[in-house]
Ligand binder design. Structure first.
Ligand SMILES: Nc1nc2c(ncn2[C@@H]2O[C@H](COP(=O)(O)OP(=O)(O)OP(=O)(O)O)[C@@H](O)[C@H]2O)c(=O)[nH]1
Length: 306
């Protein structure tokens, strides 16, 4: 633990799908870094978000939700989580209140603490999210239960959605950060490149605009990102993306009748991309069918999953 007036280090947020990790990160950083949608498993790559205040700098490593490996994509996600755990100074175990009889998914919590966090040997802060769904009494019961069952370094109930107890969360994390100097300049929100956020915005729009199985079968690849506006403000930046799907029927759904759905996707994504970049862009989307890409190791590699 650090007793220095300034501290800095890496925190990993780990929890089940839909626990609220992206919401928490976005709320803490007051900026839309990782995508947030109501469907589980929308976060597929590690994102680094950086929180600053006058006392600390916390470099957050976001992870995909933990789930049973049912297909190759999921195995690769689990690998990302294991690797990210090694880099962390402190672990935020995010358990969402379920609103049901049990406080939260107990078998999952057993597995998380027993199989993942104990072997990793890192200090763990148990953060019980979605506390807006339960009474204060129930929060206290749940906190006591977590302390007794797994004895983490700290336990705290928060609501990422309503921004409840978030300053307390920062204060709880701070003593576990080992460095006494910041690793990044104060205005750095994330080290991930702009093109990563562009693809995340497009993926978010696909999740929001299309129902059924389509979003889960989709990957977005940036083929070209030509920055021309800075040198010549009469020319917009050009972004060419491939939207990869598994089947011809999914391609038809993405395109929609007379291309209407694809047009809407392009328009809504472009608006957010321009807002994020602070400059105008010309966005081109190409839909490509790659049968069963999620089961193919070569495709997974070429899309950045290792
Ligand atoms: N009531 C309530 N809902 C929340 C809270 N935090 C997040 N949610 C909701 O829970 C859902 C999932 O939130 P995300 O932030 O996408 O969850 P995630 O853990 O990043 O999900 P994955 O992408 O599956 O890993 C969304 O509908 C959020 O609005 C909270 O504090 N209270």
């Amino acid at each position: 633990m650090s007793s220095s007036p300034f501290s800095c280090g890496f925190a990993i947020i780990i929890g089940p799908p839909n626990a609220g990790k992206s919401t928490l990160l976005n709320e803490l950083l007051d900026y839309k870094l990782s995508i947030v949608t109501p469907k589980p498993q929308t976060t597929r790559k590690k994102i680094t978000g950086i929180y600053h205040n006058e006392k600390c700098q916390i470099i957050f490593l976001d992870t995909p939700g933990i789930m049973k490996p049912q297909q190759k994509l999921h195995e690769s996600m689990l690998g990302v989580i294991r690797d990210t755990l090694k880099d962390a100074d402190v672990v935020i175990a995010l358990l969402p209140f379920s609103g049901k009889k049990d406080f939260f998914d107990r078998p999952f919590a057993e597995e998380l603490f027993g199989n993942w966090l104990k072997p990793a040997g890192k200090p763990v802060i148990a953060v019980l999210n979605k506390c807006d769904l339960v009474s204060a009494e129930r929060q206290e019961e749940a906190e006591a239960f977590v302390r007794k069952s797994w004895n983490p370094a700290a336990v705290l109930s928060v609501s990422a959605l309503k921004a409840t107890n978030l300053p307390q969360l920062i204060e709880t994390i701070q003593p576990f950060l080992p460095l006494d100097y910041p690793l990044y300049p104060e205005d750095t929100l994330s080290t991930a490149p702009e093109r990563f956020f562009v693809s995340e915005i497009i993926r978010e729009k696909i999740f929001l605009l299309y129902g059924r199985e389509v979003p889960y079968s989709t990957e977005v690849v940036i083929d070209e990102f030509r920055e021309q506006y800075e040198n010549d403000p009469t020319r917009k930046d050009l972004i060419r993306c491939s939207v990869i799907v598994e089947r011809e029927t999914q391609k038809q759904i993405l395109i929609g009748s007379k291309g209407a759905a694809l047009k809407k996707l392009g328009q809504t994504a472009r608006k957010d991309i321009e807002e994020m970049l602070g400059r105008p862009v010309f966005l081109e989307l190409f839909i490509k069918v790659r049968p069963d890409w999620r089961k193919n190791q070569n495709f997974l590699k070429s899309y950045g999953y290792h």
